[in-house]
Every structure is written in structure tokens, then in C-alpha cells.
Design a protein around this ligand. Structure first.
Ligand SMILES: [Zn+2]
Length: 436
């Protein structure tokens, strides 16, 4: 098998990210409803990473990780509103330096995403983002004086609250539902605040609304892909599709949304790459990967210098050799408490999720309250319990011991930093709390 590294030198890149899209709601990832015909077709002509994870269930940290291949503690973007330092290299800057034309169309995280783009369009509805991205593609491709490759990034908001799919995509709800669920964010917060237990019909309504949003998103993505095809650019364009994080739909503690979550529902994401020449079409890569792997992968396929401090890894050789056994990798995610400056570490291997919360933090996110109870240690066996419902921390002591050491290493780095002078009293405090 010829190496993929540098094989796509000078090719275009279309990066599509979706806010709050769960992997398990796409046909390509095994969903039973027809929510994603166009995304599924992308997977058929590309490579699908089966087990991909976000570093946090929150937009800015995750998008920063996608762009920098750094974990939130290293990028410095640990919650929404934190800016990425100008000194940090990014995927966009790296491509810009290689003479790419770069355009971003983002529905969220507007200021965080400004670096490395010649133009940036923010906070418009998805349909307008698609229209403007297509316009930019047409004018770039058809400009006789422009022969540079392009990098276009579109970040859609569809599956983020409110869950209000346009009528034509609102196909997955029970028309006879009479309960209190709506797709309105404030109303949903209100229900959480009142600790309303969701009935089966409520959950079906909630999922039906969400799935309608996935279908609406699929339609927008389809328009974008069709434009690339119509411009005759498909065979010169690498396409990457992923989300910043998923969404909890009341699987844990009757919680909706994502910023509190330390579980698969909000941390597992879709991750699909389609190569310009159709190489490795319909390939499914098993094993854990992280969104941090995106930038190293694209840069290596394009033969562009890597990000010097990248914490992710190129997937190029795993794509060429999907059946090779790989070392069991761990995906690291965090919940960061910005007031106490402490973390909950959430680690995921192929089989296990381990959650390390020595300080007994209770994640705080809207609606404010102590309802998202995370134990000091949790362990889930995804093979037997894919919903992460039964904490088996007392049944697998050796597994827990191994994960605890990894979580401590990760926490040490995330809380004390690496290679910097740390304050002894902080170290003592973290030790007393059980992080070290
Ligand atoms: Zn988000």
C-alpha cells in the first residue's frame, strides 16, 4: 500500500464541523432513522473513524483543539470565551503560510476562530452560511487570476439548541404527543431546574426534534458537497467532517445539553475524511481517535509541515492499514471548573470509560444547580453497557488502578502545567485533594 503522506500536496480542503452532533445519530454510525443520507454518502466514499472523541463537551475548547491539535490545558482555551493566543500555530495558519486561500464560515465561536483566515463570516443561520460558502467557492474557483488551493471551513449550528427543525425536516416526532417538551432552550432549562422526570413520550419527542435537526443539517452539508462537485473540484479536494462535541439527551441525571457531561453522549463525535482520488473509500477505522488528530492528519496528507507541538497524531498510516492491530489508545477529556481551577478527568479506551473526580466536583452549567452528580471514580464497561449506566468501579480493581495512574498524569499536566515553575502550595493542595 503506497504511503498517503504528502500524496495530496496542493489539494483543496473542505472542513465541515457541526455543533453538538452526536455520532450515533448518523446512519453511517449505525443509527436506524434516515437522518443523514448525504453524510452517509461521504462516509461511503471516504474513511470513517469509529471511535472519535472530543476533549471537552464545549464548543470553544473543542474547536480550538481541532484547529491546534492541543488539549484545552495546552491551548489555553478551557471554556467558552477564552481566546487562543496569537502565538499558537493552527491548521489554518499553516495552510495560509503554504499559500492557501482560507475562508471560514462559522455559526459559533466567532472571535476564537479568526486566526489564519483571509475572510471570516460569523453567526449567520446555517442556510446563509452554506450560501455564502458556496459563493466564496464559486468566486475562488472561477477567478482566472487565482490558481492557489483553497481551505474552506464551515461550522454549522443545526443540532445545537433550540431543537426547532424546519417543517420539511421535522419528520421524526409523534404527531399525537401532548407533553411539555419543546425545542426551546429556556423552556428545557426550566424543566431541568424543576427536576422534572422525563417520561418515555417526552424523550421520544426530544429525540424526534433533535433528529429533525440532524436531517436539516444533512441537507445543508449536501448542498455544500454538491457545489464542490458542480465546480469540478471533487477530485482535488480533501473533505473532513466532524463535530465539536455531542449532546446529552437525558441519559445521565436527566441532563440536556453538553457542557456538564463527561460521557460518550457528549464526548463521542463523528469523524469522516474523504480523499480526493477516492482512495480507501468505504474504510472504517476501528479504535480510539481524538479530534486532535484532524490537523496532523490533514497536514501529513497534504505534505505541509506539521504543527510543532501537536498532541494529536496523524491517522495517515491507520487509514492505509485499517486492519493492523494498534496499541490501545486512550482519549482524554476534561470538565474544567473555572472557579476552583480543578478538573474532572474522563478517559476512554475501546472498552472502558473511567472518570476521575477526586475533588468531588459537581459540574456547573445551565441551568445552575448541583444536579449533575459525578462520583469520585466511575468505570463503565462499554462492551456490556454502551449507555454508561452501571458504575463498575468496584468490580475491576486492576483496570481502575491503571486508569487512575493515567488520569493523575493527565491531571498533573492539566493543573500544574508542564515544564513550568509551579507553586509549592498549589502542588500541596492538589496532592491533598487526591489529584497527585
Ligand atoms: Zn459546541
Amino acid at each position: 500500500v503506497p504511503s498517503l503522506e504528502g500524496r495530496y500536496s496542493g489539494q483543496n480542503v473542505l472542513l465541515v464541523t457541526v455543533d453538538t452532533l452526536r455520532a450515533d445519530r448518523l446512519g453511517a454510525y449505525g443509527y436506524s432513522r434516515a437522518t443523514s443520507p448525504r453524510i452517509d454518502r461521504l462516509a461511503e466514499r471516504g474513511i470513517l473513524l469509529e471511535e472519535a472523541f472530543a476533549p471537552r463537551g464545549m464548543t470553544w475548547p473543542s474547536l480550538a483543539s481541532i484547529m491546534t491539535s492541543l488539549r484545552p490545558a495546552s491551548s489555553g482555551v478551557r471554556y467558552n470565551g477564552q481566546h487562543l493566543s496569537e502565538e499558537i500555530p493552527t491548521l489554518a495558519k499553516q495552510l495560509q503560510a503554504k499559500d492557501y486561500v482560507t475562508h471560514a464560515f462559522v455559526g459559533n465561536a466567532c472571535t476564537m476562530t479568526r486566526q489564519g483566515f483571509d475572510t471570516r463570516t460569523c453567526r449567520l443561520p446555517d442556510t446563509e452560511l452554506t450560501d455564502l460558502a458556496i459563493e466564496a467557492l464559486v468566486s475562488t474557483v472561477e477567478d482566472p487570476n487565482e490558481d492557489r488551493p483553497w481551505f474552506v471551513w464551515v461550522h454549522y449550528m443545526a443540532t445545537h439548541t433550540p431543537y426547532e427543525p424546519p417543517n420539511e425536516f421535522d419528520r421524526f416526532r409523534d404527531p399525537d404527543y401532548t407533553g411539555t417538551i419543546t425545542g426551546d432552550r429556556l423552556e428545557l432549562e426550566q424543566l431541568m431546574e424543576e427536576r422534572v422526570a422525563f417520561s418515555r413520550a417526552d424523550l421520544e419527542e426530544l429525540n424526534g426534534l433533535y433528529d429533525g435537526e440532524v436531517l436539516a443539517l444533512d441537507h445543508e452539508v449536501g448542498r455544500l458537497f454538491a457545489a464542490v462537485d458542480e465546480l469540478g473540484e471533487r477530485e482535488e479536494t480533501l473533505v473532513a467532517f466532524l463535530s465539536d462535541h455531542g449532546e446529552d439527551l437525558a441519559e445521565h441525571h436527566d441532563y440536556l445539553f453538553h457542557a456538564c457531561s463527561v460521557y460518550d453522549s457528549s464526548l463521542r463525535v463523528p469523524f469522516i475524511v474523504a480523499l480526493p482520488d477516492g482512495a480507501h473509500a468505504n474504510t472504517r477505522v476501528e479504535g480510539v481517535t481524538e479530534v486532535l488528530d484532524l490537523a496532523p492528519t490533514l497536514l501529513s496528507l497534504l505534505g505541509v509541515p506539521p504543527l510543532p507541538a501537536a498532541e494529536g497524531a496523524s491517522l495517515a498510516s491507520r487509514i492505509s492499514h485499517p486492519d493492523d492491530a494498534v496499541e490501545d489508545r486512550i482519549a482524554y477529556s476534561e470538565y474544567y471548573d473555572r472557579d476552583r481551577e480543578l478538573t474532572i478527568e474522563s478517559l476512554r479506551s475501546d472498552r472502558w470509560r473511567y472518570v476521575f473526580n477526586p475533588a468531588r466536583l459537581t459540574p456547573q452549567c445551565l441551568p445552575v444547580g448541583d444536579f449533575y452528580q459525578v462520583e469520585q471514580e466511575e468505570l463503565y464497561d462499554l462492551v456490556n453497557d454502551p449507555g454508561e449506566t452501571e458504575n463498575v468501579v468496584h468490580k475491576h480493581r486492576e483496570v481502575v488502578e491503571q486508569f487512575r495512574q493515567l488520569a493523575k498524569e493527565s491531571a498533573r499536566k492539566a493543573l500544574l502545567g508542564e515544564g513550568v515553575e509551579y507553586d509549592e502550595s498549589l502542588r500541596d493542595e492538589l496532592e491533598a485533594l487526591g489529584y497527585l
